[in-house]
Design a protein around this ligand. Structure first.
Ligand code: DAH
Length: 339
């Protein structure tokens, strides 16, 4: 009887090592270890043995069962390894991976991010306001009278009922002061502005502006100049010359346009206009007091400076881009250059 077991063991061991695939392996397992398998039938014969012989037989049976199980697992592992090796044939795992297409920020976002970042480090906090505005926030509170040309139907998109698409981000100056709880107020407001314009290289119906406002008890021209000169040194490089040219804006007095001197290789040096700014007109503070109903911003108590610039223009100058429309056409051949 023990001899029968040995026989089973031998033939199982021979067969296991040459099973060709998973199906044959499973069939083998059933034939030897299954309910009607060879080992199970052998075990059934135990009752025919003399009681003294049974323990040795039982022990042998167990040994062989685990040996066959182990042989099955071993064969399964080597079949798997062979399958992996077949799948990997012709593949060189040391080659670098294929790179995935990677997006990047739009050039306007890059320029805006840098400008915002620079001003935030100088102590300005981010503020925002709605793109659909009231005439009050866009014009009246900014000391822009009803007959001002900027308010004409031909320059501004009005909604029925009198609201409008803001023509500049200066609206956020008013909204910020209306809701401020204390001084100082030191904010920047990036955002979209809208104008009824013929679209060409330098005009668009919507564009991005960056507004700034600083109000406290004794803010003066020196603060304005120091802040903006430092800002443009960061944006255009240290040593960049900046000049303040007297101008007119309804909401600042005095007002200036800021020019920076551009030195482009192969071109004559030239001044280009880059921003508007000035000291906040007392009439603006008076309007804020009127809508707040208190005198936190009373023109006798506070002074401030404001500035505003077109981010598209900033980007055009920084990158030497001749046509504003390129920013909105989403031509990847253009955009890829800024990736
Ligand atoms: N709002 C002006 C515009 O859209 C730009 C501007 C000029 C903003 C002077 C200011 C400022 O805050 O002080 O043309």
């Amino acid at each position: 009887m023990l001899e029968d077991l040995e026989q089973i063991h031998r033939s199982a061991s021979n067969e296991a090592a040459s099973l060709p695939d998973e199906t044959a392996l499973e069939d083998f397992r059933v034939r030897y270890l299954g309910k009607k398998g060879a080992l199970t039938s052998a075990a059934a014969q135990m009752k025919d043995l003399a009681p003294a012989d049974r323990p040795a037989f039982g022990q042998k049976l167990n040994e062989i069962r685990s040996a066959i199980s182990a042989a099955i697992e071993e064969r399964r592992a080597s079949l798997l390894a062979a399958r992996d090796a077949r799948a990997a044939r012709g593949i060189d795992p040391t080659l670098p991976a294929r790179s995935l297409p990677q997006g990047s920020l739009h050039p306007l976002s890059q320029v805006l991010d840098r400008a915002v970042d620079t001003l935030r480090r100088m102590g300005f906090a981010l503020a925002e306001g709605p793109e659909i505005e009231t005439e009050w926030h866009c014009f009246d509170a900014l000391n822009t009278p009803p007959d001002h040309p900027a308010r004409k139907e031909s320059d501004t998109y009005y909604f029925p009922g009198g609201n409008l698409l803001r023509t500049h981000t200066s609206t956020v100056q008013i909204r910020t002061m209306e809701s401020a709880s204390s001084l100082p107020v030191r904010i920047i407001a990036p955002g979209t502005a809208f104008r009824r314009d013929e679209i060409d290289e330098t005009h668009s119906i919507s564009f991005t502006q960056l507004e700034g406002l600083f109000v406290d008890r004794e803010v003066g021209l020196a603060d304005l100049k120091g802040t903006l000169e430092a800002f443009f040194q960061v944006i255009f490089g240290s040593g960049t010359e900046v000049r303040f040219r007297p101008h007119f804006f309804p909401f600042t007095e005095p007002s200036f346009e800021i020019d920076v001197k551009l030195k482009t290789v192969g071109r004559a040096e030239r001044w280009v206009e880059i921003a508007g700014c000035g000291l906040v007109d007392p009439a603006v503070f008076a309007a804020v007091c009127q809508s707040r109903g208190d005198d936190l911003f009373h023109p006798d108590r506070v002074t401030g400076f404001a500035f505003g610039m077109g981010v598209d223009r900033l980007a055009m100058i920084q990158y030497g881009i001749p046509d504003l429309r390129l920013f909105n056409e989403n031509d990847v051949r253009f955009l890829r250059q800024f990736a």
